[in-house]
Design a protein around this ligand. Sequence first.
Ligand SMILES: O=C(O)CCC(=O)C(=O)O
Length: 272
Amino acid sequence: MTDLAGHGHMHATGGDPTPLTRSQAAAFERDGYLTVRQLAPPELVDSMRRVTRQHLTERRAPLELEAELGYPGAPSSTEAVGGDAIRRLRGAYGRHPVFRRWVHYPPLTACLRALLGDGPVLMPRAHHNCIMTKLPRFSSDSLWHQDLRYWRYARGELVTAWLALGREHAGNGGLQLIPGTHRQNLAAWRFDEARFLRLDLTENDALVAQRVSVELEAGDVLFFHSRLLHAATRNAGPDPKLAAVFTFRRHDDEPLPGSRSEAGGDVTILPG
Ligand SMILES: O=C(O)CCC(=O)C(=O)O
C-alpha cells in the first residue's frame, strides 16, 4: 500500500479489506478528509452507474430537484425550463441491492472502522444516503458549508464516504474543500442565516484561499468529516456527474431526540 498520507491520499490494494494505516487515519484527523483510490471495484461501480441512469430516466422517487433547493444557478421554479432537473436520487440504500452491496462492502467498512474507531458503526438514513446527479445545463452551485449545519448529533463527528461513479474535477462541479476546518471553531458571524460561509467578509478570504479541488476517477472514494467546509460549482461539462454518497457515525454519537437526524433510523454497518 502506498502511503501518501501527507497529501491526504492512499491507494486501495486490489480490493483487500485492508484498514487504513495509522498515518492515513492521522491524516484524516488532521485534514478532515482522505482520498482512497479505487476502493470500489469496476463491476460494482458499473452496476451502480447503470441503476442510477435507469432511475434517472424513470424519475423514480424519492427525488430532490434542483429547482426545489434553489441554489445559485438552479432553475427558478419547477415550471421553468430545466425545472424538472434532478439533483439527488434519495434513499439510495433502499433503492436497489447494488447500493446495499456497496455500503456493506468490506474494504469500505474497514476504512470506516479505521476512521470512526471501535464499537458499532451506523449509517443514518436521514442524511445523504443518496446518489448525487449533477446534470449538465441545469445544476447549481453549492456554497461553502459544513454538512453538520442541519444535522443534530451529540458530538457531530460523522464521516461521509463520497464514491465517484465517474470522473470528478473542478470543471464538472467536483468538490472543493478547506483542509483542517473540521477542527476550527468558526464563529457563527462568519456564516449567513442559511449557514453558508459569507464571501462578503474579508475575514473569510484567507480561509477560502486555502481551498483544494478534489479530482476523482470512477471507483475513488473521498472520506470527509461532517464539519469540514466544502463547496462545489455547477456542472460545466457535457455529461452528468454521478456520485453515491453515504454518511456514517459511531453508535455513541447519538442524534438529538425529535430531530430530523433521528427520523428514519440507522442501518448497522459494523456491529461492534
Ligand atoms: O455536489 C455538490 O454540489 C455539493 C454537495 C454537498 O456539499 C452537499 O450536498 O452537502
